[in-house]
Design a protein around this ligand. Structure first.
Ligand code: HLD
Length: 540
């Protein structure tokens, strides 16, 4: 047996260490177990990976690959029907479980990987086939790939100079969307959410009617402006009145019919009333797909009234816009949408594009620049080597703009326009299936109205309330059931459905099917699970 020298000992240790690392690497690559970094990389700190060290490619790649493994595991769990949607914890308890503190000294890469795992472990799986809680649901894989690329490209959308490909993509996608609305030409922008898209519409409308407002402000207005919207509209419309100086009292709520659609005769009556008072009616918001009931305001009649009284017509199709793809469902819901002056349409809702992806479109070319440009010299120089019309930054009231286009463009390439049409028809078909299943179980479920889109409004009846004649008192009890049953859903973590009251009734459930993951068996599971969790609820 040879004598062990000091050098030999060190070499032996190095071999063992390499062997361990190889083992760790093999285990990590085999995809078994929870993703782990080799100890050599896991114990490194941020300044040992790119861009702090030029020779840091191997450890940077290993770190990112393990993060990717965590993400891929999550994608798998999201789509696993045996997984819970959430493991609900009260905020106080959650704060105890999570280590959210910001340290004085750096943490090693292995801790950051653990942080990623812990974050996703406690996240609600909004792409799970049993998540019916929100308008934006699902986890479109191609759109996810697009979002990952977007993050890596990490650019701002304000100039062609720094986002050439993405700016051209925006132009192509937005023009296609305007064509689908029924316009040639026009203007569009992607905004951070439907509410801000509606705000852009309001600003453009005011600018269109009162072009001196930009420089002269309130003094340029000949009287008090009034805007109109249905009592079912998204609250952001009212917020425009507050933010833009009208005051919410001057955002007039037009009554809706029993199905949640604006009553055009009421609109006209209110427009006349305010005109007679010396106010200036100038803006009407029609909703195509209301948030709670999924109702569509009658666009042809509203367009007639807007024309008659020279008012700007905006259609908030943030929710319903996706149905423009469907030959079967577009009409009559959005018939006459081309008569609008502006349209909000959120791909992150029905189209399943990842959050956030919201668009607003205008009939008039150049209106956004004319309305919002401030001509900041350091960004939007007019003597650049390319046509400055490709710089979109001055069209908006924000400065920087997130890249929300790539994930939508890539998704559209994957699906084709026909793929989106199929998706819309499928969502509507599943909704019809759910309505049928609800009607087949009248002792347990009560449909509130026939839906126009994928919002299904209904009550669940626990044993206590079955076979009790319907009355206002019973509705109050059914409303209390919603809150109790939702609490049980959250605790069980197996399904999520939203509820709310409206002007006509106390709490009721609003089920949303807008995820490509949902199938008929998930709808059946949902109803059965509501009954399993709720049959013994007692309310008084
Ligand atoms: O304003 C809303 C926006 C969204 C969404 O983008 O998912 C309201 C809701 O969802 C909702 O689910 O009520």
């Amino acid at each position: 047996m040879s004598k062990l020298t000091l050098d030999g000992f060190f070499s032996y240790c190095k071999q063992i260490a390499e062997h361990i690392q190889l083992g760790e690497r093999m285990a990590a690559l085999s995809g078994q177990g929870t993703p782990r970094l080799t100890s050599a990389v896991g114990n490194l700190y941020y300044d040992s990976i790119l861009p702090y060290r030029e020779d840091a490619n191997p450890q940077t790649r290993e770190f990112l690959q393990r993060v990717l493994d965590v993400l891929l595991d999550y994608v798998q769990q999201v789509n696993d029907r045996n997984e819970k949607i959430l493991d609900f914890k009260m905020p106080e308890e959650m704060l105890k479980i999570l280590d959210l503190h910001l340290p004085e000294d750096p943490l090693p890469l292995k801790q950051l990987l653990e942080d990623c795992k812990t974050t996703l472990k406690h996240q609600v799986k909004t792409g799970h086939p049993h998540f019916f809680n929100q308008l934006s649901t699902g986890l479109d894989i191609v759109s996810l790939a697009g979002e990952w690329l977007t993050a890596a490209a990490n650019t701002n959308m304000f100039t062609y100079e720094i986002a050439p490909v993405f700016i051209l993509m925006e132009n192509v996608v937005l023009e296609k969307m305007r064509n689908m609305i029924g316009w040639k030409g026009g203007d569009s922008i992607l905004a951070p959410g439907g509410s801000v898209s509606n705000l852009y519409a309001f600003l453009a409308a005011r600018h269109h009617k009162f072009p001196y407002y930009k420089e002269k402000g309130l003094t340029s207005l000949p009287g008090h402006l009034v805007m109109f919207t249905s009592d079912q509209c998204h609250y952001s419309v009212k917020s425009c009145a507050s933010v833009c100086g009208l005051g919410t009292d001057y955002c007039i709520c037009v009554p809706s019919d029993e199905r949640g659609r604006m009553i055009p005769q009421e609109l006209e009556r209110l427009v006349r009333y305010h005109k007679d008072k010396g106010h200036i009616p100038f803006f009407v918001n029609a909703t195509a797909g209301t948030t709670v009931l999924g109702a569509f305001d009658p666009l042809p009649e509203i367009a007639d009234i807007c024309e008659k009284y020279d008012m700007w017509m905006h259609v908030d199709a943030a929710w319903g816009g996706g149905l423009l793809f469907s030959k079967k469902y577009r009409h009559p819901r959005m018939t006459a949408i081309e008569r609008a002056d502006s349209v909000t349409w959120n791909p992150h809702k029905l189209m399943g594009t990842l959050l956030q992806c919201s668009t607003v479109h205008f009939k008039y070319e150049g209106i956004l620049l004319s309305c919002n440009a401030m001509s900041a010299e350091y960004l939007f120089m007019t003597d650049k080597i390319y046509d400055p019309k490709y710089d979109t930054g001055d069209k908006v009231i924000q400065c920087g703009r997130h890249n929300d286009i790539f994930k939508l463009w890539l998704q559209w390439r994957a699906k084709g326009t026909s793929g989106f049409e199929n998706h819309m028809d499928r969502l509507m078909e599943l909704t019809e299936y759910m309505v049928r299943r609800i009607k087949e179980q009248p002792d347990k479920f009560q449909l509130i109205l026939e839906p126009e889109m994928v919002n299904v409004s209904f009550w669940y009846l626990p044993q206590q309330l079955r076979h009790v004649p319907h009355s206002a008192d019973k509705e109050l009890l059914l409303g209390k059931v919603c809150a109790k049953l939702k609490g049980r859903m959250m605790q069980a973590g197996t399904i999520m459905v939203g509820y709310q009251p409206d002007e006509r009734r106390p709490n009721f459930f609003r089920n949303i099917i807008s995820s490509a993951a949902v199938t008929e068996r998930d709808v059946d599971f949902l109803l059965a699970e509501m009954d399993r969790l709720g049959h013994d609820i007692i309310v008084d």
